[in-house]
Design a protein around this ligand. Structure first.
Ligand code: CA
Length: 222
């Protein structure tokens, strides 16, 4: 799942990026409001973590423009300002949650997962597909109730396919969800993850079909 962090403090931005990457998110970072506004018009994210005090364009304006474009991406506002008025204004403008600095990284991660869940699957952290269950909160997979060993990337590919089960997902969409800007994406990487997933899932009759020229489709064998 892909997150945009909008934060002008380089130390905090860097710490957040590293911590969320360790938690298996793909993370991009914008360092001022204009950059954030620009990026958000061009790229789709699963969550935006937004500081309010930003150079060029403040967080309130970034949020206002985002919602005016009709974007429903969850937004977690992050700010040193703990004034009630700011909190209310942020929520009025369409923020989904609020964290006041300083905060604990585990709390930020927990809230990030909850917001992404709410945005994608109506609040449940469990995705199921036939005999396959993915716990997107605990990052665990089971097949027929037996734990299934998956790497973080394999889990990520499967999560996207399950969220869009029955629909074709192309390689670019998968890469977009799995990697940040500054991460190298090997051209064959997605194919390799899909290949590994197929081997792990074939005995259970869970099939990832290749739709030539279009992408992949998760379907359950009859
Ligand atoms: Ca700031």
């Amino acid at each position: 799942m892909r997150i945009l962090i909008v934060e002008d403090d380089p130390v905090l931005a860097d710490g957040l990026t590293r911590s969320l990457r360790q938690a298996d998110f793909a993370v991009d970072c914008a360092h001022d409001g204009e950059e954030a506004d620009h990026v958000l018009t061009a790229q789709t994210y699963d969550l935006v973590i937004l500081d309010l005090g930003l150079p060029k364009l403040d967080g309130f304006d970034v949020l206002k423009r985002l919602r005016r474009r009709g974007a429903t991406v969850p937004v977690l506002v992050l700010t040193a300002r703990d004034a009630l008025a700011d909190r209310v204004k942020g929520l009025d403008l369409g923020a989904d949650d609020y964290l006041t600095k300083p905060f604990d990284l585990p709390e930020l991660e927990a809230r990030a997962r909850a917001l992404i869940r709410r945005g994608q699957s109506g609040g449940s952290s469990l995705l199921t597909h036939g005999p396959l269950t993915l716990d997107t909160s605990g990052r665990r997979a089971t097949l027929h109730g037996v734990p299934l060993e998956l790497s973080a990337r394999e889990f990520g590919v499967l999560e996207v396919l399950m969220l869009r089960s029955g629909r074709v997902v192309n390689k670019d969409q998968l890469a977009e969800r799995l990697y940040g800007w500054d991460e190298e994406v090997g051209t064959n990487a997605i194919e390799v993850y899909v290949h590994r997933l197929r081997k792990k899932l074939e005995s259970a009759g869970v099939a990832i079909r290749t739709i030539r020229g279009l992408g992949y489709l998760l379907e359950k064998d009859a």
